[in-house]
Design a protein around this ligand. Structure first.
Ligand SMILES: Cc1cc2nc3c(=O)[nH]c(=O)nc-3n(C[C@H](O)[C@H](O)[C@H](O)COP(=O)(O)OP(=O)(O)OC[C@H]3O[C@@H](n4cnc5c(N)ncnc54)[C@H](O)[C@@H]3O)c2cc1C
Length: 427
């Protein structure tokens, strides 16, 4: 889409082409003749759909319970499926693991999931954008929304163009939380951002974590608000992602259809932190911790073998791949070091306790060769003060998706787009 072809005015402008923005765009386009502009600042569209693209289809995974109830979610998920066409993974033996877990007060959720894979997600995205074009939606990639106006229904793009609208949906995702905060300040919308997930990513051989052969991305909940998150196996690797001022680790896997297994598994163990007065910004807290690791690692992330961690000694570059440490880390630019120097005690204690529980349920995961990477930081939401349950923050303005805390995953982000769209369609 050429920027010159953008019209000066639209019925609905949507900022962000992640799953939340897509959900809203499809719903409105399929059910009305409203003119719609979907803006995406990056050169490739569809936000977090590009990454790995595991889709969860069971309430409440990805759906913050303060906003969602099961019955509505079940209906919305059926609608999401019609666009994403998931091929659901099989699950076996879950009761066996659940029984073991229950004995130590750990809960294993049984979740319907589909996995696309980082290599195949672009096919899915291209298809979705083509469909939107066919429905008459103007999709403008490489086009950044700079700021909303405080008193007119206008949005200025970074190139200086001013657009007007009847309805505006902001769906910028998590990474752009500070941009969203600026827009909420301009619009006079109150918000809080006191929740953050801090944790580690575990990498081990598949034989040490064989549950993945039975259940692709096991969702396991431990006491102390610790949970497993985003498990990858098959052709699985760990990446380092750049945030503003620090790096966070994350995991990916490629589609099993096109790629051979590397015999490794990775997954996150995250602890949810809800801050109270006087420190209220989860985003700032996450950033401080990320920056501390940057200092201690010389500008990267830390990794430590479980064997070294148990002995209370740091991992070292020269011994990292020797002796019983029989697989190499997939994240090559992580720095061998000492977790306990850079993790707050409460977080480290609760995560280590949970890992030991996991090792009781699935013996082997704490093999001395297992690598713990830190930090994995999920700076969740700004929590805007919504004025209705369709995520309206001011007459004609909606804020949806992970950036607004209405979702924590692809399918829920899409569903929050549908909810805002339904409100616009009903007016
Ligand atoms: C590496 C990684 C792996 C993940 N894996 C999974 C997974 O397997 N399964 C799962 O359910 N969830 C996964 N997630 C989380 C998932 O991506 C998010 O929950 C989901 O994408 C949130 O959707 P969203 O539409 O709210 O935001 P996003 O997907 O982040 O989309 C927001 C979009 O808005 C654009 N944008 C921001 N500001 C502007 C602006 N000013 N102007 C124009 N465009 C703008 C951004 O470029 C972005 O494309 C993963 C996340 C990451 C980072």
């Amino acid at each position: 889409m050429n920027k010159q072809n953008i019209k000066p005015s639209y019925d609905v402008i949507i900022v962000g082409s992640g799953p939340a923005g897509l959900g809203a765009a499809f719903k409105i386009a399929e059910n009305s003749d409203k003119s719609i502009l979907l803006l995406e600042k990056k050169k490739i569209s569809s936000g977090g759909l590009r990454n790995d693209c595991k889709q969860n289809y069971t309430y409440p995974v990805g759906f913050p319970m303060e906003h969602w109830e099961k019955e509505e979610v079940d209906n919305l998920l059926s609608e999401v499926k019609t666009h994403l066409n998931p091929k659901l993974e099989t699950r076996v033996n879950v009761e066996k693991y659940q029984k073991r877990a229950k004995k130590i007060h750990v809960k294993i959720l049984s979740i319907d999931q589909a996995h696309v894979g980082t290599d195949k997600s672009s096919q899915l995205i291209n298809g979705l954008i083509e469909e939107l074009n066919t429905l008459g939606v103007t999709v403008a990639i490489d086009t950044e929304a700079k700021e909303v106006s405080s008193d007119k229904k206008e949005l200025t793009l970074s190139c200086g163009t001013i657009l007007s609208f009847d309805h505006l949906i902001l769906a910028p995702g998590r990474a752009d939380y500070d941009w969203l905060q600026e827009q909420m300040n301009t619009l006079g919308v109150e918000y809080s951002d006191n929740i953050v997930d801090i944790g580690v990513r575990i990498e081990t051989k598949e034989e040490n974590y064989p549950i993945v052969r039975d259940y692709y991305d096991p969702k396991i909940l431990f006491p102390g608000k610790v949970r497993t998150f985003c498990t990858n196996s098959g052709s699985a690797h760990i990446v380092r992602e750049k945030y503003k001022g620090y790096y966070s680790v994350n995991g990916h896997s490629l589609s099993r259809e096109y790629n051979n297994s590397n015999g490794l598994v990775n997954f996150a163990m995250l602890k949810t932190i809800r801050l109270t007065e006087p420190v209220v910004s989860g985003q700032k807290f996450g950033k401080i911790l990320g920056q501390m690791v940057m200092q201690l690692s010389g500008g990267s992330v830390i990794m430590q073998r479980v064997g070294d961690f148990r002995l209370g000694s740091r991992s070292k570059k020269e011994t990292f791949n020797s002796d019983i440490y029989d697989f190499e880390p997939t994240l090559k630019n992580a720095v061998a070091g000492d977790l306990s120097l850079c993790m707050p005690a409460k977080i480290l204690r609760d995560i280590w306790k949970s890992l030991k529980m996991l090792d009781t349920i699935i013996p082997g995961v704490l093999h001395p060769s297992t690598i713990i990477y830190y930090p994995e930081i999920k700076t969740y939401s700004n929590k805007p003060a919504f004025i209705n349950d369709a995520f309206m923050v001011k007459d004609a303005y909606y804020i949806i998706g992970d950036g607004a805390g209405t979702s924590r995953g692809i399918t829920a982000a899409w569903a929050s787009g549908i909810r805002a769209a339904n409100d616009i369609l009903s007016l």
